[in-house]
Design a protein around this ligand. Sequence first.
Ligand SMILES: Cc1cc2nc3c(=O)[nH]c(=O)nc-3n(C[C@H](O)[C@H](O)[C@H](O)COP(=O)(O)OP(=O)(O)OC[C@H]3O[C@@H](n4cnc5c(N)ncnc54)[C@H](O)[C@@H]3O)c2cc1C
Length: 291
Amino acid sequence: MKPAAFTYFAPRGLDEVLSLLGQYGPEAKPLAGGQSLVPLMNFRLAKPRYLIDLNRIPELAYIRREDGVLAVGAMARQFEAERSDAVKATVPLLVEALKLVGHPTIRHRGTVGGSIAHADPAAELPAAALALGAELVIRGPRGNRTVPAEDFFVGPFTTVLAPDELLTEVRFPVPSPGTGYAFVEVSRRHGDFAIVGVAALVGLGPDGTIERVSVVLCGAGPTPIRARQAEAALRGAAPTEERFREAGELAAREAQPASDIHASADYRRRVAAVLVRRALLTATERARERR
Ligand SMILES: Cc1cc2nc3c(=O)[nH]c(=O)nc-3n(C[C@H](O)[C@H](O)[C@H](O)COP(=O)(O)OP(=O)(O)OC[C@H]3O[C@@H](n4cnc5c(N)ncnc54)[C@H](O)[C@@H]3O)c2cc1C
């Protein structure tokens, strides 16, 4: 199918984008990589009357290391982030998550900000952002605000972004040295959306017990789900396979999966339990290597 008619704007600066969003707000959509929005428009599941193209705004496309933070402009391409030495050196979890996003052609166009703003509950980057404790920088007519990933995702394909607001930057805190990481998932074919995915971070204390831990599921609820009970059970514990199995069971109970054409809710819970165990094992191995 072809999209419904729309008016196309190609602004050259951020101020112009914000002014257009202010003017056309609820009837407008920013166009980033178009890898989700364009198919939705072609199926007429999205019918914006105004399309505001962000692809001519270089000030939104950057990746830079700041003090303790990796700052990624919303229009940085997923492929650039995956290849970036700065990302590899500071937030390798992001690289592992990015490699699971669709296929290379999609990642060449798709943007980091677009994936997070789109808020697909099965997507990898929102889960990675939540696991890392990222902050989302938002600009709009009422000024700038910074929202923790924890508060950003409110439902399937729904965030706290107002129609006249733009996500401009994702700020990933750089995990402390020695933090292990893993992003694992099960999908029907490589490149498909995850049936379930897990992002995990593990930091070990001097005595080898778990000091810091973060476990987030995707494809297992209306938003990425932080497995808080599993995390609480792991903090201060020895990193044994038995503990990780228990954490997997806890996380599976915290998940809120739905049944759909791809998998039943029960299957998703079972997969979540296994993936949490595997992700924690890998993250712990890497934490030991990085000490
Ligand atoms: C075949 C295929 C397979 C895929 N597989 C996966 C996968 O396995 N995992 C995965 O996570 N994704 C997958 N994707 C989606 C891909 O990652 C998209 O790139 C991503 O979801 C959206 O990013 P985008 O830059 O293309 O955004 P767009 O499609 O341009 O925009 C998506 C939405 O976000 C809004 N938006 C974009 N940027 C901003 C901004 N800065 N501020 C506010 N709102 C904004 C748009 O208005 C739109 O509503 C797949 C896509 C395809 C076509």
